[in-house]
Design a protein around this ligand. Structure first.
Ligand SMILES: [Zn+2]
Length: 75
């Protein structure tokens, strides 16, 4: 068995993107469903999620939704 050298280094991003619609982690390097909204690009696991996002970008573009009730931090 020949010692094969490492394959061509893939320029993969260090941070995974998350599907803002369903919340699934998506790999921007492998997924083709990308959509530019505002100042960033969103990736989706499927065209279905992409279409939902395009329908209401602002509904999903928001970052991690903050919980309605935040526990009082004592300090
Ligand atoms: Zn999805």
């Amino acid at each position: 068995m020949m010692a094969s050298m490492a394959d061509t280094p893939k320029a993969r991003t260090d941070s995974f993107s998350r599907d803002p619609v369903c919340g699934k982690p998506v790999d921007p390097n492998r997924t083709a469903q990308g959509y530019v909204h505002g100042d960033r690009v969103y990736y989706f696991c499927s065209t279905g999620c992409l279409r939902r996002f395009i329908a209401e970008p602002e509904a999903f573009a928001a970052e991690t939704p903050t919980p309605p009730s935040d526990p009082p931090s004592r300090g």
